[in-house]
Design a binder for this molecule. Structure first.
Ligand code: ADP
Length: 155
């Protein structure tokens, strides 16, 4: 197990529905550490790169358009196994079917307007963090609560 950093985007639907603070609070309460946070207006170029794996899908342009309707908040979150922990918290893509208790399960009814993006592997996280943050925008600091978040053989 290792301390990882992962990327989360609070999607335009989350800002428009005034849920940004509540969703950030869920990550904080879980024990994930905020190492980077900024508001951005995305454009087609960065979204074409970010969603390249969907380029053959009929909803590719619609997903990109949705991500440009308002700003997003980009977060870099850190913790032991942070990539998997954040994906578990986010829940599956389709909010209608997402397990209650997950972010998508609790806060949305849509496949597309599903509150957050979360990196799906440590390799993807590294690429995605570099896409959305400059190195100096990511901060490393020891959380004061660290010894109460983890046993000393967990990292
Ligand atoms: P995830 O965000 O759960 O990792 P994907 O990488 O497969 O899922 O898709 C990226 C985003 O594209 C999803 O979060 C969602 O907003 C949108 N999307 C994916 N599949 C669909 C679909 N079948 N219909 C509408 N939107 C979709």
């Amino acid at each position: 197990m290792a301390i990882e950093k992962t990327l989360v985007l609070l999607k335009p639907c989350t800002l428009q529905r005034a849920l940004a603070g509540e969703i950030i609070s869920i990550f904080e309460k879980k024990g994930l550490q905020i190492c980077g946070m900024k508001m951005m207006q995305l454009d087609d170029a960065i979204l074409s790169e970010h969603y390249a794996h969907l380029s053959a899908k009929p909803f590719f342009q619609r997903v990109k358009d949705s991500m440009m309707t308002a700003p997003v908040v980009a977060l870099c979150l850190a913790g032991v196994d942070a990539v998997a922990a954040v994906r578990a918290l986010a829940g599956p893509t389709n909010g209608r079917l997402a397990t209650p208790g997950t972010i998508r399960g609790n806060y949305c009814m849509s496949f597309q307007e599903n509150i957050v993006h979360a990196s799906d592997s440590p390799e993807t996280a590294a690429v995605e963090l570099a896409r959305f943050f400059r190195p100096e925008e990511i901060f490393s600091y020891r959380p004061a609560t660290f010894d109460y978040l983890y046993a000393n053989d967990e990292y």
